[in-house]
Design a protein around this ligand. Structure first.
Ligand SMILES: NC(=O)c1ccc[n+]([C@@H]2O[C@H](COP(=O)([O-])OP(=O)(O)OC[C@H]3O[C@@H](n4cnc5c(N)ncnc54)[C@H](OP(=O)(O)O)[C@@H]3O)[C@@H](O)[C@H]2O)c1
Length: 254
């Protein structure tokens, strides 16, 4: 149940060791979220994140293990997460994601398939599993990490971009399908953020740090926007970039 000010009290993070999602969750704990479920693949890293959130003020933090390379596990992960939270969850952050190395993926069929499983198939299956839970609650809020990489595909990361384009489209359809049932669904489209995912890569224009991205996302979560752009200026930038001729688009940095 949200508190009297509409702040979520229970939060599930799918991708519970994500730098950005954890920074968002810390802010939600500051705003009185007390029950947090972190689901991820790395037990030790999840335990460290859980300890950090407890030290930050969360009263109940549970961890769940899953591997997004096995999309059939998604329904069981959602089931376990609701049980761990005590039966209901106010906000679900879907942050699981893998960038991959495009130069390797170019000739790697198994790696390409895995990227689609982790970034698209598992999250889509998780959303399908969430539907019944949220409809039964009669309320709920889901925010899914897409990327500007999916808005217009670049040669440099086209496999990742394609997975995010698919997830973005699926999430928008999912949002429409639960809108009349009192469930809010948002797409988050960050630009380049300095996290462990992007460590060592050359920065793109409009790069932000984790805290700036988290502040923007938290603000977006309390808005009625269907899409949260981070930083917000990227919404206008991509309005133009989307329509650039391919010959110009290819030459842009980032
Ligand atoms: N950083 C950026 O510039 C940027 C830009 C646009 C969108 N995004 C998206 O924002 C989200 C959060 O990214 P981030 O920057 O916070 O990166 P991050 O710290 O690397 O978070 C990614 C999360 O996905 C998890 N994950 C990856 N493969 C998995 C698997 N097979 N099974 C289960 N979990 C798996 C990671 O777990 P481990 O910690 O165990 O690896 C981690 O919890 C991602 O969806 C990302 O695609 C990021």
């Amino acid at each position: 149940m949200r508190d009297a000010f509409g702040n979520p009290q229970s939060v599930l993070v799918l991708g519970g060791t994500s730098d950005i999602a954890l920074a968002v969750t810390r802010r939600l704990v500051d705003a009185r979220a007390s029950t947090i479920v972190l689901a991820g693949r790395d037990d030790a890293a999840l335990t460290r994140s859980a300890d950090e959130l407890r030290a930050h003020g969360a009263t109940k933090v549970e961890t769940i293990i899953f591997d997004a390379s096995s999309p059939k596990s998604a329904a069981a992960t959602i089931e376990e997460s609701f049980e761990a939270a005590g039966g209901s969850i106010d906000l679900v952050l879907v942050a699981v994601g893998l960038l991959g190395d495009q130069t390797e993926l170019d000739n790697d069929a198994a790696g390409t398939a895995n990227l689609f499983e982790v970034n698209l198939t598992w999250p889509a299956a998780a959303l399908a599993a969430l539907r019944g839970k949220l409809v039964a609650q009669g309320t709920g809020h889901v925010a899914v990490f897409s990327s500007v990489a999916g808005v217009r595909i670049r040669r440099a990361n086209f496999t990742y971009g394609a997975t995010k384009a698919g997830l973005d489209a699926f999430t928008i359809g999912f949002a429409e399908s639960v809108r009349s049932q009192g469930i809010k669904v948002q797409v988050i489209r960050p630009g380049f953020v300095r996290t462990k995912m992007t460590e060592g890569l050359s920065e793109a224009p409009f790069t932000t740090d984790i805290d700036t991205a988290a502040d923007t996302i938290v603000k977006g979560l309390s808005s009625s926007s269907a899409v949260i752009w981070s930083p917000p200026a990227l919404q206008a930038v991509y309005l133009i970039l989307r329509h650039l001729p391919a010959v110009v688009w290819r030459r842009l940095p980032g």
